[in-house]
Design a protein around this ligand. Structure first.
Ligand code: IVH
Length: 670
């Protein structure tokens, strides 16, 4: 390909990938297989790497993230980010409508839409390209989180059609329930405290330093407000429809997410509909927003100091019901954590029948003085699991006694412990308590760990219940007849499991390390540990100081690793797993860290780095097939820049248009 052809191909690929992203993430209507999509993306990635001079700052390859923002720059909003006046009753909505009727002559059109309970964002586009994304902050200035926002696939990087030269669009970023639940499932697997709700998780995610992690979190967006000078529309609804044509994910009339209303009755109809239908959405809303449609009328109505007079939010009440607490039971989690559960007289709440509610821990029961047979107040707010928020103490039987928290594990009868600082009680019988045994093995076989074909959690439960296995190492001793004798296990299924176990011996060390289930050692930590220590033996031998000297290993993780290797049962299982032949150290290739990923590329290294010494960086370039050069020329593909890169180098790089990357971006390349 000539340079010209290459540039053309990069443009074609970019346009095509952008369109497919739009089809998938905005229209929910993909027209290409995942595989074909990945091929296009891979081709673009390769070309951009080889011809960085043609790589666009807003290329769809940015969606995977990789840049690190240490401190988010504070920027002033072009237009202050106002809030809405809130209302909680229909009367207040009627007052709002009456006020407007008095101020404005003639018919008034309203637009009702959902009030998204996410994180507010203002995104500026210049010449159709995403230029900057800023959080609300204090309304006057916010944080520049552009790189993180670029990873959100429903937010276009490049617009289509007749967009204004420059404008800002505002909306909300949120985490879909499905993503939130999956994330919590993963947290549970590694024994970490769960996130409380999707909103806070979205808000924490969008401010993370590593945009690659943000990309994995699969945030989504709805945009609902266009601002700028001389915009080509006269009503809010027109603006929304235009924004849709440019490529934004906006509320659609066909989903009833937005509706033109000509009377107060139609407004109430919209509110009533969503007061119940909201429970079926895959994201949180906390109300409905009512806006005057016409921009002229909006201007006529004007503002108060804090909010526009042409709009109002109607907030839904967190739904509450009363019901009877029948029994308190106690669940033992995979890590041995005890969760008290309220078993309730079934009651309809927020669109579903609620039979159980979490009571969190002993303190919560004591604080609310919750007792069996009480009439309790159950609420479902932003949290997914309903909670008990109060007790009707006056309706209580005079013989009622305060709840005695259990002292022994309901599964294995071991005395429970409660460590200082922990809200929860724990069962310490890690290797003898059935849910803990099952949990450990289920984690071991899970997709991101050993990923053993044919084995699922149900089979693990069955194998533990039948006493065929007590730990993950026992899996490798299972014999054909043992499995074949189980109900529903045919030839093919049994062989599949046994083959899966054999294949799992190829799983690389970092995943084995994750699979053995050290508390707080998730996927990422396992990778860092594997890279730093290279073998399980080295990790086992490491002192506290040596552990915390490794990248991203804090005191909590180090303590947990030491505790893990002190435990006799852990030692036994580890020894058996090693005997079976699992990978307990990095492979030759991993050790040599060789690849041809940088073939054909020339690098100049400048400045001081935090992750590498300069020599290590050069070494890594060469081991991955790249060339290192000391001076910048037209042939330089990349400059890897650390702190204090020389000003003359910087100037030369800019003159020649050579791409400058930091050490994290380099790491992502190899
Ligand atoms: S309009 C000048 N529409 O709620 C008013 N805001 O409490 C511009 N919000 O600041 C905002 N959904 O962060 C508008 N459909 C919607 C909304 C919405 C959620 C947020 C937004 C706003 C806050 C006010």
């Amino acid at each position: 390909m000539t340079l010209e052809q290459t540039q053309k191909r990069i443009k074609e690929l970019t346009a095509s990938i952008n369109q497919h992203n739009y089809n998938y993430y905005v229209l929910s209507n993909p027209t290409i297989s995942d595989f074909d999509f990945d091929m296009l993306l891979e081709e673009l990635q390769k070309l951009e790497l080889e011809f960085p001079q043609f790589a666009d700052e807003n290329s769809p390859t940015k969606r995977v993230g990789g840049s690190i923002t240490k401190n988010f720059e504070t920027v002033k909003h072009n237009y202050p980010m106002l809030s809405l006046s809130n209302s909680y009753s229909r009367e207040e909505i009627a007052d709002f409508e009456n006020r407007i009727k008095k101020l404005i002559d003639g018919e008034i059109e309203y637009v009702c839409e959902l009030k998204y309970d996410g994180v507010a964002i203002g995104i500026t586009y210049k010449n159709g390209k995403l230029f900057r994304a800023v959080t609300r902050g204090d309304g006057v200035q916010g944080d520049n989180i552009t790189e993180n926002v670029k990873t959100i696939r429903s937010i276009p990087l490049q617009l289509n059609g007749d967009f204004p030269e420059e404008f800002e669009i505002r909306g909300e970023i949120f985490m879909p329930h499905k993503v939130f639940e999956q994330l919590n499932k993963e947290k549970e697997e590694i024994g970490e405290q769960l996130y409380a709700n999707a909103r806070n998780t979205a808000s924490g995610t969008i401010k993370m330093q590593d945009s690659a992690v943000v990309a994995q979190r699969k945030l989504d967006s709805y945009l609902y407000f266009v601002l700028g000078e001389n915009l080509p529309f006269t009503t809010h609804l027109e603006a929304i429809n235009k924004a849709k044509a440019w490529g934004f994910k906006v509320p659609l009339e066909e989903n009833n997410f937005i509706k033109k209303c000509n009377s107060i009755d139609e407004i109430f109809e919209f509110i009533n509909y969503w007061d119940t239908a909201r429970h079926q959405l895959d994201f949180d809303i906390d109300g409905v927003v009512i806006k005057v449609n016409s921009y002229n009328k909006q201007q006529e109505l004007g503002m108060t100091a804090k909010s526009p007079k042409w709009a109002i939010a109607y907030k839904f009440k967190a739904e509450q019901v009363k019901t009877k607490l029948l029994e308190i039971t106690y669940q033992v989690g995979r890590t041995g954590a005890i969760t008290p559960v309220a078993n309730l007289q079934p009651v309809l709440l927020a669109g579903t029948t609620v039979k159980r509610a979490s009571l969190h821990n002993a303190d919560q029961i004591e604080k609310l003085d919750i007792r069996v047979n009480d009439i309790v107040l159950v609420e479902k707010g932003g949290e997914i699991i309903p909670k008990i928020v109060g007790v009707e103490a006056t309706q209580r039987d005079i013989f009622s006694q305060p709840t005695q928290y259990i002292k022994n594990c309901p599964e294995c009868n071991t005395a429970l412990i409660r460590t200082e600082g922990d809200a929860k009680h724990f069962c310490p019988n890690e290797w003898g308590c059935p849910p803990q045994i099952k949990g450990k093995i289920a984690h071991f076989i899970s997709r991101k760990a050993m990923n053993i074909d044919g084995l699922g959690e149900e089979t693990i439960d069955l194998l533990v219940d039948k006493n065929l296995i007590k730990n993950s190492a026992d899996l490798y001793n299972l014999r054909f007849e043992q499995l074949f004798n189980l109900e529903g296990f045919k030839d093919k299924k049994v062989q599949n499991i046994l083959d899966g176990l054999v294949q799992s011996k190829q799983i690389p060390f970092e995943r084995v390390l994750y699979a053995i289930g050290i508390r707080f050692v998730g996927e990422t930590v396992a990778k860092k540990l594997a890279k730093h220590f290279k073998s399980l033996e080295n990790i086992r031998k490491a002192s506290f100081e040596e552990l915390i000297a490794a990248d991203e290993i804090g005191e909590k993780i180090a303590e947990s690793i030491l505790l893990f290797f002190e435990n006799e049962s852990n030692k036994e299982v580890i020894a058996k797993l090693e005997q079976v032949g699992l990978n307990f150290s990095l492979s030759e290739d991993q050790l040599a860290n060789t690849s041809n990923k940088l073939e054909g590329l020339t690098f100049v290294v400048s400045g001081v780095f935090t992750l590498f010494s300069r020599d290590e960086l050069k070494d890594s370039i060469e081991k991955n097939g790249g060339k290192v050069s000391s001076s910048i020329s037209k042939k330089t593909s990349y400059i890897v820049a650390g702190e204090n890169m020389g000003p003359s180098k910087l100037q030369k790089a800019q003159e020649l248009g050579v791409k400058i990357i930091d050490e994290n971006a380099f790491l992502a390349m190899v």
